[in-house]
Design a protein around this ligand. Structure first.
Ligand SMILES: *[C@@H]1O[C@H](CO)[C@@H](O)[C@H](O)[C@H]1NC(C)=O
Ligand SMILES: *[C@@H]1O[C@H](CO)[C@@H](O)[C@H](O)[C@H]1NC(C)=O
Ligand SMILES: *[C@@H]1O[C@H](CO)[C@@H](O)[C@H](O)[C@H]1NC(C)=O
Ligand SMILES: *[C@@H]1O[C@H](CO)[C@@H](O)[C@H](O)[C@H]1NC(C)=O
Ligand SMILES: *[C@@H]1O[C@H](CO)[C@@H](O)[C@H](O)[C@H]1NC(C)=O
Ligand SMILES: *[C@@H]1O[C@H](CO)[C@@H](O)[C@H](O)[C@H]1NC(C)=O
Ligand SMILES: *[C@@H]1O[C@H](CO)[C@@H](O)[C@H](O)[C@H]1NC(C)=O
Ligand SMILES: *[C@@H]1O[C@H](CO)[C@@H](O)[C@H](O)[C@H]1NC(C)=O
Ligand SMILES: *[C@@H]1O[C@H](CO)[C@@H](O)[C@H](O)[C@H]1NC(C)=O
Length: 376
């Protein structure tokens, strides 16, 4: 009561400044005045592909918590693969028979609901355009989700800007959803200019890493900057750091290495930890911090510790802490894969024809299959 009285006595401008200073943007008041491209956003790789009870703890899941819970916990970049399935645009991991997380529009609705109730946050979506959806195909999904009002439209569709708006500017304008698509023909996109072709605006380090000693800070995509850090930096593209580990097993199946993730995502300690790798990359990149860090099982590590450190955030507010929750299933990932193989072989024996997706899952070489430019 007394505090409220004091606030009432302050001149209006002073009271407003006091309130503004304590309002967090993306969980910290210190980030409000920072440029979107200057800070580090924590990314959940394959955000809708969840390894939980809803997917029977699928080994194709890369996260333990769904997109809403990821955002609640401080994730600000969510990625997904878009596939065509029965004339609909679905989010599927490699194949819709392997893991189908529903339609793109329903996932966008989930994100819209979150944006509706978190009014001071900027979220980035990266869609991997696996089946070459056109801008208007994707636009329809955004319209169905009624999320169009939140989208940010860049000043140019064909080149990266030298500076990006601050979080506060994006918030003030209500354009709190930044959308990249890998890939989209920008020259022909008049219907949805908010859909940004990923590699026009960003560059990435390698993503197909199967050994913790093999994480690299070298530009890998787009090919125009491959292996050349100074060209990548001077192109104005934002640095996008992939930091997830695959494991390979018999039959060359690649899937997320969950047993080592506590080290992979850790702020320090152990080969391939996120904190040391980010420090190395920032140094290799002439002091430029990664704009995005993309991880599997984001709550492990916890990965957000490294992001906070890069952002100089010591007192984050308004997010949940999922660090302590153990979300490992009783089923071992290895036995799940083996079970899958047995089921497919059983199906073939029974005379039914296992689908392509099932074979890919059980016996395919994901690495060579997907190395054609798709970030899993
Ligand atoms: C996300 O997961 C939580 C916990 O399991 C659940 O309560 C919630 O309904 C889920 N949200 C969506 C949009 O699926
Ligand atoms: C989106 O903006 C339009 C035009 O400003 C407005 O009529 C509509 O109500 C808005 N929709 C939402 C969901 O806010
Ligand atoms: C905010 O909206 C105004 C009016 O549409 C526009 O001129 C300005 O460029 C926008 N700012 C940003 C950062 O997008
Ligand atoms: C441009 O887009 C239109 C409508 O989406 C499509 O029909 C046409 O084939 C596209 N042209 C090129 C050159 O991609
Ligand atoms: C690690 O990188 C080296 C050099 O690029 C390569 O020869 C080796 O095969 C990689 N190891 C794994 C497990 O990918
Ligand atoms: C996961 O990575 C660790 C570290 O390289 C390795 O020891 C472990 O064998 C990997 N897990 C599997 C199942 O390959
Ligand atoms: C954090 O502090 C370092 C060192 O002063 C600086 O280089 C970096 O730009 C800061 N990052 C942010 C997002 O404020
Ligand atoms: C950290 O944030 C909390 C809640 O927003 C606030 O009460 C506290 O004073 C802050 N501490 C520092 C050191 O800024
Ligand atoms: C989150 O919870 C873990 C485990 O309880 C704890 O060690 C950690 O300090 C917490 N982090 C924050 C930011 O509260």
């Amino acid at each position: 009561m007394r505090g409220l009285g004091l606030l009432a006595l302050l001149p209006f401008a002073a009271a407003k400044a006091l309130r503004a200073r304590t309002t967090a943007c993306n969980n910290s008041p210190d980030l409000c005045s920072k440029s979107y491209g200057e800070i580090t956003h924590l990314g959940a790789h394959d955000s809708p592909f969840v390894r939980d009870a809803t997917t029977d703890y699928s080994t194709a899941g890369d996260q333990y918590y769904n997109t809403t819970l990821q955002l609640d916990a401080g994730v600000r970049l969510v990625t997904a693969q878009v596939h065509k399935s029965d004339s609909e645009w679905h989010l599927c991991h490699s194949s819709c028979e392997l893991l189908d997380a529903g339609t793109l529009s329903s996932w966008l609705s989930e994100i819209k609901t979150w944006l509706d109730s978190n009014t001071n946050d900027v979220v980035t979506v990266l869609l991997v355009n696996s089946d070459d959806a056109t801008a208007s195909d994707l636009h329809s999904e955004f319209q169905t989700a009624d999320i169009g009002n939140y989208t940010y439209t860049p000043t140019s569709q064909t080149s990266a800007p030298s500076t990006w708006p601050t979080l506060q500017e994006l918030i003030n304008n209500g354009t709190r959803l930044v959308t990249f698509v890998a890939s989209l023909d920008a020259s022909n996109n008049t219907v949805a200019p908010y859909l940004m072709d990923e590699f026009t605006y960003l560059w990435e380090n390698p993503y197909d890493v199967t050994s913790p000693s093999n994480f690299s800070c070298e530009p890998d995509r787009p090919t125009s900057v491959k292996g050349d850090i100074s060209t990548a930096l001077s192109s104005n593209r934002l640095p996008f750091m992939n930091h997830f580990l695959y494991q390979t097993t018999i039959l060359d199946i690649e899937y997320p290495n969950a047993s080592y993730v506590s080290t992979t995502n850790a702020p320090s300690g152990g080969t391939g930890n996120l904190g040391d790798t980010a420090t190395t990359c920032k140094s290799d990149w002439s002091g430029r911090q990664p704009t995005f860090i993309l991880v599997d099982f984001f709550n492990k590590g916890p990965a957000i510790d490294t992001v906070d450190k890069l952002n100089n955030v010591t007192n984050a507010s308004g997010r949940t802490n999922l660090t302590s929750v153990s979300a490992t299933s009783s089923a071992s990932t290895y036995s799940n894969v083996f079970k899958g193989l047995v089921e497919v072989v059983q199906k073939a024996k029974d005379g039914s024809n296992p689908s392509m997706g099932e074979w890919i899952w059980a016996g395919g070489d994901w690495g060579s299959l997907l190395s054609g430019g798709i970030a899993l």
